[in-house]
Design a protein around this ligand. Structure first.
Ligand code: NAI
Ligand code: MG
Length: 371
């Protein structure tokens, strides 16, 4: 009998296209394969670690049963009213990542049914192939949980300044997915409840048949330079002393370039040129933005800003020296210390734009023999 199967030996699992086998042994083999795959043990010489991880995640997103199995051996990031749980380490703080079995015990200790663990959403998978999930336990007593978990729930904006940089995107994604599910429980066409799949990659309204997927709103962010200075602005709601690059939501039907020209014109009354793409990032605020970051220049003879006071409290040109100093400044507690000029944390793409601009300035100063 000729079948498309995967040949499994004790040591190795290698794809082969056509293999001869009896019906029973093929059935047994496929069952073993299914089991091994669900345990994420299948290795393949032809796929890189990254590719097998992505394929594994793809399967967990689509297969409710496999996702439930993965949760049993996975890790869960805990949130309380969207604030992630952090734990103190010898060098600072880190995101707390709890084994599902440990979390179940903790939930029972604080008097909650351990099965609420099944409400977790799939986030990703570590490079050690451990599936990661997020769960909000905002209806439970915060301090009892903090005590049992040996950690504390911290507002995400604050947490970005506390946790190691590489953990920030995961903390952001965890919050964003939880918020999206919390605010999309009903169908906008019928008003009927929507139902999630196990991984949380979508919600369906069984009455209208509409499937809802988590959304991000596209936002342009641009660091405008006049050649030797860069333009930063602050909104009244920003923490004292903080300035950031100009940003704005894309309108329906707009390209990134159009949105960027419009936002700069609206907010500071300038016309930009020489747009250069820098990078992109998911940003969890206010309700998941997809940040598209660019550099742009203005004619050095036309730098007079005309601020839209409805949007911005201030917009100013900053020198290279001011920017390099601000990149070192951490936010201060305004009740204790006077505000200094500082910029968004290193995880924010605004910070990346400023780093790139400062590096570029440093290079051109060297070329021109300046310090
Ligand atoms: N990661 C980063 O480095 C940075 C991220 N950002 C993010 O970019 C977002 C947008 O920047 P802003 O300058 O505030 O935008 P903006 O200049 O477009 O002004 C915000 C206003 O736009 C309107 N708006 C249009 N579409 C909207 C939508 N889909 N969601 C919410 N409001 C919408 C609302 O009236 C809102 O008050 C901010 O909320 C912030 O979270 C901003 C700067 C840095
Ligand atoms: Mg803006």
């Amino acid at each position: 009998m000729l079948l498309d199967v995967v040949t499994i030996t004790e040591k190795d699992y290698t794809p082969c296209s056509k293999a001869n086998s009896s019906k029973d042994s093929v059935k047994h083999m496929l069952q073993s394969f299914k089991y091994l795959f669900s345990c994420n043990l299948v290795l393949s010489r032809s796929l890189s670690g990254y590719v097998s991880r992505m394929r594994y995640l793809m399967r967990l997103k689509e297969d409710d049963e496999a996702c439930r199995e993965a949760l049993k051996s996975g890790k869960v990031l805990l949130y309380h009213k969207l604030s992630p749980l952090l734990r103190k380490t010898s060098s600072g703080y880190k995101l707390a990542s709890l084994k599902t079995s440990d979390l179940e015990q903790i939930l029972e200790k604080v008097g909650k049914d351990k099965h609420i663990v099944n409400e977790s959403f799939l986030l990703g998978c570590t490079d050690k192939d451990e599936p990661q999930f997020s769960l909000d336990v905002g209806d439970l007593d915060r301090s009892a949980l903090e005590q049992e978990c040996r950690g504390m729930f911290v507002d995400l904006r604050k947490a970005f300044f506390m946790i190691p940089g590489p953990e920030s995107p995961l903390a952001a994604k965890g919050q964003a997915l939880l918020r999206w599910h919390q605010t999309n429980c009903f169908c906008s066409a019928t008003g009927q409840p929507t139902v999630r799949n196990q991984s949380g990659s979508f919600r369906v309204c069984h009455s209208s048949g509409i499937t809802y997927y988590p959304k991000m709103a596209p936002v342009v962010i641009v660091l405008v330079s006049d050649g030797s200075r860069c333009l930063l602005a602050r909104q009244a709601m920003f923490p004292p002393g903080m300035y950031s690059a100009l940003s704005g939501f894309c309108d329906m039907g707009e390209s990134v370039e159009e949105a960027l020209h419009r936002e700069v014109a609206e907010e500071v009354g300038l016309e930009v040129e020489n747009l250069q793409y820098s990078g992109s990032q998911h940003w969890p605020f206010p309700q998941s933005s997809f940040m598209l970051a660019c550099h742009a220049t203005v004619n050095p003879d036309k730098t007079q800003v005309n601020i839209d006071k409805a949007e911005l409290e201030d917009a100013r040109w900053f020198t290279y020296e001011e920017i390099t100093e601000a990149l070192q400044n951490l936010p201060r507690d305004p009740r204790r210390e006077p505000p200094v000029f500082w910029v968004p944390p290193s995880y924010a793409i605004a910070n990346q734009l400023l780093q790139e601009w400062a590096n570029h300035q440093q290079l051109s100063r060297k070329l021109h023999g300046l310090k």
